[in-house]
Design a binder for this molecule. Structure first.
Ligand code: RAM
Length: 360
């Protein structure tokens, strides 16, 4: 009896402490952001949610996009919007054009896309914008009149250069290397590869030779076979860079199956969940990536704010993307629409792979 009375008193005390903390929190927020309520009154659509927002990926069945979807759904859940996830069976521009055509007919409020071929998608994206739909592109090159805003995981130059540096360290700056990419029209991989080639021209890489660039089309078996082809054509090959999550996992499997661990080194961009076993067996000792959950989350917030009119995509505008905080839209050379960067590239190796393998 006495004990329960004591717990009751302890409970009441805790409640009053928690109450005063949250009251303090509210008072502080209200003092710091006096304009927020007035703005909300002028922008009812933003507060109300209820928009339909779509994401168009390169193809379905690529686990990278399933991870992106986790963050995308999380953000739209917070915003109270409907989430539509679409992608063609194969990573082709034609499939994406059909999907965007149907999104226009459906009168969605906004969509985000990652292009299989940005030039081919430009007219349909323009048609969507002309129809009043908010359009965000991520990793889709710099193409005029094809989106209101670009969202990039990190600077394309850093993504390219970091992969060259990782491989150079692994092979002691010496020997033949190759690149195993996604499809030949994918702007993100192509831009990173341009920066890789530029980096390789520097003096410190004088003893490294880029002998080939091959394309696995972001399809597992094709990527695996392209890796086997490289081993056959270049028996002296020392390393491969694969800037695609599908390609790097397939190449790691090929290196393992062909017993080439330590003979052919591998780096690139991969998902820790798919690469952990290859970091442990030594087929890929280090690779990079940004956080795809956060990228999906930022894509969703950007598309929502464009759809509500809170932002227009012009450089200098700012917005708050939920738990990720505030972003400022930067200028992009050659196009009117601005861009936001998620952040930098993480690297994964034996020291941290187990911390990440169940997350992304
Ligand atoms: C593949 C896709 C994607 C790219 C990642 C790194 O899954 O090509 O667009 O960002 O790799």
């Amino acid at each position: 009896m006495k004990k329960s009375l004591m717990w009751l008193i302890v409970g009441l005390l805790c409640l009053s402490i928690i109450g005063s903390f949250s009251l303090f929190g509210c008072a502080q927020e209200a003092a710091e952001e006096p304009a927020a309520e007035e703005e909300a009154a002028e922008e009812p659509a933003e507060e109300a949610g209820g928009l339909s927002i779509a994401i168009v990926v390169k193809n379905i069945g690529n686990p990278f996009f399933d991870v992106i979807k986790t963050g995308w759904d999380e953000a739209l859940g917070e915003l109270g919007d409907e989430s539509i996830f679409r992608g063609p069976e194969q990573p082709t521009p034609e499939g994406q054009i059909e999907i965007i055509e149907s999104l226009i007919a459906q009168k969605v409020d906004g969509f985000t896309y990652v292009a299989n071929d940005p030039q081919s998608l430009q007219p349909i994206c323009k048609k969507a914008m002309d129809a009043g739909i908010a359009v965000v592109g991520w990793e889709s090159g710099i193409v005029p009149e094809s989106r209101h805003l670009s969202v990039e995981p990190a600077s394309a130059k850093d993504i390219g250069v970091d992969q060259v540096k990782m491989l150079a360290e692994m092979i002691d700056y010496e020997g033949q290397i190759a690149i195993l990419s996604a499809t030949a029209t994918m702007a993100n991989q192509n831009t990173w590869i341009e920066y890789m080639e530029e980096e390789l021209e520097k003096e410190e890489y004088a003893n490294m030779e880029l002998v080939d660039i091959v394309y696995g089309d972001d399809v597992r078996e094709k990527s695996y076979n392209e890796a086997l082809g490289l081993f056959k054509t270049y028996p002296e090959l020392k390393g491969i860079i694969s800037p695609t999550t599908v390609g790097i996992a397939a190449t790691a499997r090929a290196i393992t199956d062909e017993e080439l661990i330590d003979q052919v080194e591998l780096t690139g961009l991969g998902l820790p969940s798919e690469m952990a076993e290859y970091v442990h067996n030594g087929a890929c000792k280090e690779f990079g990536l940004w956080n795809p959950i956060d990228l999906g989350y930022l894509d969703a917030y950007s598309t929502h704010y464009l759809a509500t009119g809170e932002i227009t995509g012009s450089p200098g505008e700012t917005f708050t993307a939920g738990r990720l905080g505030e972003y400022t839209i930067e200028e992009q050379e050659g196009v009117e629409n601005g861009l936001v960067y998620l952040g930098g590239l993480f690297t994964f190796n034996i020291d941290n792979i187990d911390e990440w393998k169940d997350k992304i």
